[in-house]
Design a protein around this ligand. Structure first.
Ligand code: MCN
Ligand code: CUM
Length: 795
């Protein structure tokens, strides 16, 4: 176990080149730091045309007419496509990932500001963009539904009149837990506290926006589609279904991706329009959105209004928890999560604690806003669930006048209770919560901080200490429970060792910055002893990789990582048979050490994996039942999710005059089981913590009452820079997943899931002397200042 990252001896970071797990420098960095990455907008195809989308200026309006004649007459313009042109192709509407439909180009009415109305194809980007101004659209403006709380009112305007038989804006009701057992738990309680907690709409805002280049070959019928996609295989299948093109003729290529954060899971109208554009023009067509288009129209995150009720005994034993959620899904239900989980994995809302009863209910509604909801390192809504329970625990601690660390320690699930049924439908695999919590309290110096706070309070200064102890569930998933559009959430892997002992591993997941080219090579290296620099990781190209569902929900390590470990073991087993033949002995008489098989009791008699690889391709007589070459393939169906967790501590100072919050210290102690590359893990955690500071203090996509998006640029949607974040402190414990082939759990979203509650709890803790018990994100200076005046919402 280690302490703070900046206490490291940097020389110890690279003791030697690890053959398996360890701090290996990222293989992808030489090309990235030299500006040699190959992102979508770097790709230029011969004869390529450019597309641009005309977007609706209003949130809700019937289209009366669209006049494209002037735009068509402009120099360089090749075509202008409207919804009417797509209707005969059956492409005006396409399915969403949640069995709804979404509009590609408006045919009837606009349902959110920024919705796609027309598509111009021109010789260059400027001609295409300029032509948008020459398209004349007459709108008949309708009253919009903006506030989700009013979406189910009897007189609310109907957003989805396109859906047959629909008379209201209700999407789905979902529940988990046991209402009866929860009522019984509440009946026993000494203390019950209610609290409304709002997780506002935010946006993943990856550095690279979304885009696609479609290249349709009318002679062969092949469609090559370059796109910013976190899930190239799933996209290919969906495009085959939607466009009616044969799947084997579609070649999806997901090049280097400049951040995804869940923003690149869905299929956007622009991708479909690039395809249509290439089919009609006979040329490759590129579409690349700008920042405002990204913020205003692509998958947002959260937008959960949560009513909480928590029950406990007066000495702080937790009894019951209720969550009643109103979820704003925007104009189309395009949330991306396993089919049976319309509220994602909100089932994690009981958190890391034992309860006598829990009950959760989520109602989702349509509004006149952009669709989305499941994105931004959310682990399928565990962000909302973890934020909810960690705020509720602190709210109870205030009511009980109890230390929030002590309250948590008193109610943790104990190590011997795993596998643990969380009473809301999920079975946690492993955890040592108290150990991790105490480790974190030691690293941050919890008791000293409380003393410092007491001294400062005596002087009238505002200092807060906030805690979040979260449990995530990542690695969707077992195919019997989990699918997206009917596709089981499994992943394939193929490993080939060449005659000279160099290897290629082909995976179905797609890195957007997570360093898969490094860490998946490390898994192979650990299992077979070939150095990671001799292992090439191929991903992102559907023609060259096995089928699988892609990267989101931090599922790459839990699912694809499992596949890679197992395929390597399969190759190792084959190598054993060949080695036995080479050594003229029986396979049972061989023993493995990293990189070679040798004869038990005679370590000098052995064959390295490289020697075996050469022999496998050579002229030797292979054993019965063993074919030539050294390769294998598997598809991995994980038995359960993995459940990473963490103990996060945040120290804030608040300026009494301005309400400005400064995050002075932040400690994240994570447990993601077996650690493949600690440096990559720390990078993932640092990034997620910065996201947390952004959401807790700055980021929000708001709308005015007409439905105008008030967060459509980085002037209005504030993301944190190095100025707003502290020098991160990290630590870890290791509790292996008992069912994962290498004991690893995911880490890619932990910090985003865990950090917002720690920061907001810290802000509330700082404001306690002023009587504040709640505040909603983002804790901007204005909001904090209002709370200090006693105007916090809710009281
Ligand atoms: N890792 C490790 N040891 C572990 C677990 C993970 O070394 N025990 C390493 C993995 O090998 C991988 C990285 O950490 O290189 C993240 O692994 P994992 O937790 O499996 O997550 P995914 O690779 O599936 O990444 C998805 C996750 C998600 S869903 C979002 S959202 C997010 C995140 O990753 N988007 C990111 N982190 C991101 N980081 C960057 N740079 N860019 C994004 O878009
Ligand atoms: Cu929910 S964001 Mo990530 O799962 O791609």
């Amino acid at each position: 176990e280690q302490g703070r990252i900046h206490d490291h001896n940097p020389a110890a970071d690279h003791p030697e080149r690890p053959v398996g797990f360890g701090r290996l420098q990222r293989k992808e960095d030489p090309r990235f730091i030299r500006g040699q990455g190959n992102y979508l907008d770097d790709i230029v195809l011969p004869g390529m045309l450019h597309g641009a989308i005309l977007r609706a200026p209003v949130a809700h309006a019937r289209i009366v007419s669209i006049d494209t004649s002037e735009a068509l007459a402009r120099p360089g313009v090749r075509a202008v496509i409207t919804g009417k042109d797509l209707e005969p192709l059956n492409l005006a509407w396409i399915p969403t990932l949640s069995y709804d439909v979404q509009s590609v180009l408006v045919t009837d009415k606009v349902r959110f500001q920024g919705q796609e109305v027309a598509f111009v194809i021109a010789d260059d980007r400027y001609a295409a963009r300029d032509a948008l101004e020459s398209i004349y659209v007459e709108y008949d403006i309708l009253p919009p539904v903006i506030d989700a709380r009013k979406a189910l009112d009897a007189d609310a305007p109907l957003v989805r009149d396109d859906l047959e038989g629909r008379t209201d804006n209700h999407i789905v009701d979902w529940e988990c837990g046991d209402a009866g057992a929860t009522d019984a738990a509440f009946a026993k309680a000494d203390v019950v506290v209610k609290q409304e907690i709002v997780y506002p709409r935010v946006h993943p805002a990856p550095m690279e926006t979304c885009g696609a280049i479609a290249d349709f070959n009318a002679v062969t019928g092949d469609l090559t589609l370059y796109e910013t996609s976190q899930a190239p295989h799933a996209h290919r299948t969906v495009i085959a279904m939607v466009a009616g093109l044969p799947e084997h003729k579609i070649h999806v290529i997901s090049p280097d991706i400049g951040g995804g954060f869940g923003n690149k899971v869905g299929i956007y109208p622009g991708y479909v329009l690039a395809i249509v554009g290439s089919i009609v023009s006979g040329k490759p067509v590129k579409w690349m959105e700008d920042r405002s288009e990204n913020l205003m129209s692509t998958s947002f995150a959260r937008d959960y209004i949560m009513q909480g009720e928590i029950a406990a005994t007066k000495d702080g034993r937790l009894l019951g928890l209720r969550a009643d959620v109103l979820a704003d899904h925007g104009a189309f239900n395009g949330t991306a999560q396993p089919t049976k989980y319309p509220a994602g994995f909100f089932n994690l809302f009981p958190g890391s604690y034992t309860w006598e009863g829990v009950y959760g209910k989520v109602t989702s509604v349509y509004t006149n806003k952009a669709p989305g909801g499941v994105a931004y390192a959310c682990s399928f809504r565990v962000t909302e669930a973890a934020y909810f329970v960690e705020r509720m625990i602190d709210r109870l601690a205030i009511e009980l006048d109890m230390d929030p660390a002590e309250l948590r320690l008193k109610n943790f699930i104990a190590p011997e209770q795993f596998p643990y049924d969380n009473k809301a439908g999920f079975e946690y695999d492993s955890g040592q919560y108290e150990k991790t919590m105490r480790h974190a309290m030691g690293l941050i110096g919890y008791d000293e901080l409380r003393q410092e706070q007491a001294d400062k309070r005596a002087r009238g200064e505002l200092m807060g200490i906030g805690i979040s102890f979260f449990t995530e569930g990542v690695g969707a998933g077992p195919r019997k429970h989990m699918d997206i559009l009917g596709l089981g959430m499994n992943d394939g892997a193929e490993l080939r060792i060449h005659p000279t002992g160099k290897a290629v591993v082909r995976i179905s997941v797609q890195s957007q910055g997570q360093a898969h080219e490094t860490t998946f090579a490390q898994i192979v290296a650990e299992e077979i002893g070939i150095p990671p620099e001799d292992i090439e990781v191929v991903h992102g190209i559907t023609d060259q990789t096995p089928f699988g569902l892609g990267t989101y929900g931090s599922r790459s390590t839990p699912v694809s990582g499992g596949a890679v470990a197992l395929v390597t073991r399969k190759v190792r087993d084959k190598a054993r048979l060949i080695a036995a033949a080479m050594l003229e002995t029986r396979p049972e008489d061989l023993e493995w050490e990293k990189g070679r098989w040798f004869v038990k009791g005679d370590p000098t008699a052995g064959k390295t994996i490289q020697e075996i690889a050469l022999a496998a391709h050579g002229t030797m007589e292979l054993p019965e039942g063993v074919d030539g070459n050294l390769d294998a393939e598997v598809t991995y169906d994980p038995p359960n999710l993995t459940y990473p967790y963490g103990a996060y501590f945040c120290v804030t100072d608040i300026d009494k005059g301005t309400g400005k919050v400064t995050v002075r210290r932040f400690l994240a102690v994570d447990d993601c089981g077996t650690r493949i590359n600690p440096m990559v893990i720390e990078g993932q955690v640092h990034g997620g913590l910065a996201d947390g500071v952004g959401m807790a203090l700055m980021e929000i996509i708001e709308f005015d009452e007409d439905g105008n998006c008030l967060g459509g640029s980085f002037m209005d949607y504030l993301i944190p820079t190095s100025m707003e974040v502290p020098d991160w402190e990290t630590g870890f414990t290791v509790t292996e997943s008992p069912h994962h082939p290498i004991g690893a759990k995911g880490i890619g979203e932990s910090a985003t899931v865990g950090s917002p509650a720690a920061i907001v709890n810290s802000v509330i803790d700082a404001l306690r002397p002023l009587g504040v018990t709640a505040i909603d994100m983002p804790c901007t200076p204005a909001r904090v200042w209002e709370a200090m005046q006693g105007n916090a919402r809710p009281p």
